[in-house]
Design a protein around this ligand. Structure first.
Ligand SMILES: *Cc1c(COP(=O)(O)O)cnc(C)c1O
Length: 362
């Protein structure tokens, strides 16, 4: 069976060296030495400041919203993992969906502008599949309107845009460090703030709102543990290799499939990180033909994302259907992509995909 994703496991001996430090200090959580070391190393690696590690990528979004006081409504994309919208709703903020661009599948800034109402306090775009959003347009819009921008950068680890980390854009950008993401702590997340004051406040919010032991505002527990930081530190030593191999895989798939399928358009000003391999088929029927053909051959490809969130009543009471996102959710399929995937397996997956496209009659 070829899985859709396989978590990267670092050499056991290396992980053990970090675990030994935990056993020696008996310091398991609460801003311990490994969390601090991982914070510094991630800031250096990514080229960012004001990075805060948290328990997962969903809490990263929630803490960023709470810190920046996002209230009322936020304009966001329906074409994303459910956590982007759920995090808003858990903070009592209503997602208001704008349209995505049919080529990049990222939020269309013009549609975002038209979706702003009096109760909008923030914009929450996603760098879908690690492809940067139109960040300049969102910055200009934020400046004109005074709205805060929080990017869900869960797919964008290590992506550089015009020579700098994409995570430097917006008032805050978040990362997911979940096991299936390209860099991970098992479970984990991070927020990169533009302003140091916001980092200070968020640090308090993830630790019960405590200031010198006394709660000064309502916080939550969203701390990353030392055990998770140990995993992160062990994986980080290999992250250049991981990204390099994943990008090779994406380029190999792209070379094999480009003439047979549609691939989302990518910004030319940014680096690849090999986060996902999305392919757009001509119809839902063709996508399903390909998916089932791969499944028959014990290959797991995922319709990621399979539903446009604006169509689900739990997320949207306005039910404003975005045809572009709905269409993309019906036609998209992400192919298997992980560090250990072999060239011969990529070739076989591409061949099966092409033959299924060829056999399909609409
Ligand atoms: C993975 C993911 C999240 C959630 O991150 P967790 O660490 O799993 O909580 C949020 N948004 C997007 C776009 C994701 O892909």
């Amino acid at each position: 069976m070829i899985p859709f994703a396989r978590p990267y496991l670092p050499p056991r001996k290396r992980l053990d060296r970090y675990l030994d430090r935990i056993f020696e200090s008996a310091w398991l959580t609460n801003d311990g030495p490994l969390v601090r070391e991982l914070t510094t190393r991630l800031e250096q690696y990514l080229g960012v400041e004001n990075l805060l590690l948290v328990a997962n990528g969903t809490l990263a979004l929630q803490i960023a919203f709470a810190t920046l006081e996002i209230k009322g409504q936020a304009v966001t994309t329906p074409f994303t993992f459910p956590a982007t919208s759920s995090a808003l709703l858990w903070q009592g903020v209503g997602p208001r969906y704008a349209a995505i661009d049919p080529k990049t599948l990222n939020l269309n800034p013009h549609s975002v502008e038209r979706s702003i109402t009096e109760s909008t306090s923030g914009l929450v775009p996603v760098h879908t599949y690690g492809n940067p959003c139109k960040v300049e347009a969102f910055s200009a819009l934020a400046q004109r309107t005074g709205l805060k921008v929080i990017y869900d950068g869960a797919h964008a680890f290590g992506v550089r845009y015009k020579g700098e980390s994409i995570l430097r854009w917006g008032d805050a950008s978040t990362l997911s460090l979940h096991a299936t993401k390209l860099f991970h702590c098992g479970e984990g997340g991070a927020i990169v703030f533009r302003r140091y004051e916001d980092l200070v406040r968020a640090k308090r919010l993830i630790n019960f709102g405590l200031s010198d032991g006394v709660p000064t505002e309502i916080g939550i527990n969203a701390k990353l543990s030392e055990l998770h930081a140990a995993m992160g530190l062990a994986v980080l030593e290999d992250v250049d290799d991981i990204i390099q191999r994943r990008v090779e895989i994406v380029l190999r798939y792209t070379r094999l499939l480009a003439n047979h399928t549609e691939l989302p358009f990518r910004s030319e000003s940014s680096t690849l990180n090999g986060a996902y391999m999305p392919v757009l088929f001509s119809s839902l029927k063709e996508r399903e033909t390909v998916r089932l053909k791969l499944l028959q051959n014990e290959i797991l490809a995922r319709p990621y994302f399979s539903t446009s969130l604006d169509q689900l009543p739990i997320y949207s009471n306005t039910l404003k259907f975005d045809r572009v996102a709905e269409d993309a959710a019906e036609r998209v399929l992400c192919l298997p992509l992980f560090y250990g995937l072999e060239d011969s397996e990529i070739d076989r997956i591409a061949k099966l995909t092409i033959s299924a496209v060829g056999s399909h009659t609409s």
